[in-house]
Design a protein around this ligand. Structure first.
Ligand SMILES: [Zn+2]
Length: 57
């Protein structure tokens, strides 16, 4: 996955759907590992998606 795809997916999650915090804060994190993007928040919310923004188990 290239950086553009990573950013394109990450930008779809600008706010935590659980607590509403912005992705620009340090409360949210984005990780790329084995072609899976993990986006999460310190409040406990987390999602794992592939480069097409499809959910991964
Ligand atoms: Zn949150």
């Amino acid at each position: 996955m290239n950086g553009f795809k990573f950013v394109a997916v990450v930008r779809k999650y600008k706010k935590c759907p659980q607590c509403g915090v912005s992705w620009k804060t340090t409360d949210m994190y984005q990780e790329l590992k084995d072609e899976v993007i993990t986006i999460g928040c310190k409040c406990g919310w987390q999602i794992r998606v592939d480069e097409n923004n499809k959910k991964v188990k």
